[in-house]
Design a binder for this molecule. Structure first.
Ligand SMILES: Cc1ncc(COP(=O)(O)O)c(C=O)c1O
Length: 334
């Protein structure tokens, strides 16, 4: 695709479909709404993480590594995708989970165990205060046991992982061209930042002027994400000598969709999950995609997108965590 692109292992079902949500448009009475179905990158591997892991795994294999070690919450989609990729590739996965989950494992946590991940749980406070020591000692123990582990940062958001969405934006641009959509707003949830950073760089690399990209923070404030995503973009540009002019103004955010905090759903997000399920038979998740879709709905309803342009939502997956929130998601009785 680009001469700077590193090797990748093909794991995801690509290209993912770009579909129009006409029943939702009718329900809202406005908008031209499209969805890029990155939730369909593969059942067990579903979502955005596998695009990043394709490059990370290729590098790990080239370096002779035989284990991936990473971190997240019990409902982390990234941990589940890493565990699934490792199972598929014959690697050991080790997941540092915090906080200690209670009750019977459900959703992503259940899948981590089925995929054979070694799961080590830590109270949140302990992990936060002793993070470096914990990670170092897990890696040292694996080495002592004869393994060659590779550390994967949270959300696989590291420079090589950004190639997942550099490539995805190229894929999307081609699909938009074939639908004669030369101007559109594209919306993506932002947490550890690698998806949005890759998308921003992908837009710059391909000079896709007609794509107006918006990140919707779902975990922290805009100042935090501007710093984190900006740093990741700069590191990726330097590491791969990307021929792009990047400045903070390339990162546009739609603010105020975090709610009370990461993984704390709010009523509008739950209503949005029900709306998409009812009108389109598509599942969003309460942590990432439902909050980001709230931003899309507000934008369409209030005509916030330029000249009522078509809008494209990148559905980054996450549906397994729906099974960990049954009481919250249960539809209102009619
Ligand atoms: C389903 C889903 N959507 C979006 C995101 C956000 O992507 P990123 O962490 O690359 O910002 C994540 C991961 O954190 C996720 O699991």
């Amino acid at each position: 695709m680009y001469p700077q692109e590193p090797d990748r292992v093909s794991l995801a079902a690509l290209p993912t479909p770009l579909i129009r949500l006409q029943r939702l448009e009718r329900e809202l009475g406005r908008g031209q709404i499209w969805m890029k179905r990155d939730d369909l990158t593969g059942l067990e591997l579903s979502g955005n993480k596998v695009r990043k892991l394709e490059y990370i795994v290729a590098q790990a294999l080239a370096d002779g590594c035989d284990a991936l070690v990473t971190e997240g919450t019990a409902q982390s989609n990234h941990c589940r995708a890493t565990a699934a990729v490792c199972a598929k590739m014959g690697l050991q996965s080790v997941l540092l989970i915090r906080p200690q989950p209670g009750g019977v494992p459900a959703g992503n946590h259940l899948l981590d165990l089925l995929f054979g991940a070694k799961v080590k749980c830590f109270p949140r406070e302990r992990f936060e205060s002793d993070r470096r020591e914990i990670v170092d000692s897990v890696l040292a123990d694996l080495k002592k046991a004869g393994r060659k582990p590779r550390w994967v940062p949270m959300g696989a958001s590291e420079p090589i992982g950004c190639w997942g969405y550099i490539r995805a934006i190229g894929e999307l641009a081609e699909q938009l061209r074939s639908q004669a959509l030369d101007q559109c707003d594209v919306i993506v949830p932002v947490s550890s930042g690698g998806t949005f950073a890759g998308a921003v760089l992908g837009k710059l690399m391909g000079r896709f002027q007609g794509i107006h990209l918006w990140g919707v923070p779902v975990s922290d404030d805009v100042a935090f994400h501007t710093r984190e995503v900006g740093d990741l973009c700069r590191q990726t540009i330097e590491r791969f000598a990307l021929p792009v002019d990047f400045s903070d103004s390339e990162m546009l955010f739609m603010n105020s969709y975090v709610g009370e905090g990461y993984a704390i759903p709010y009523p509008a997000a739950i209503d949005t999950i029900r709306l998409l399920a009812r009108t389109e038979g598509i599942l969003l998740d309460p942590v990432y995609t439902a909050k980001a879709f709230c931003a899309l709905l507000d934008g369409v309803r209030d005509d916030r997108f330029g000249n009522s342009r078509p809008v494209v939502f990148i559905h980054t997956g996450g549906i397994f965590s729906d099974f960990a929130w049954p009481e919250t998601l249960l539809p209102e009785p009619h």
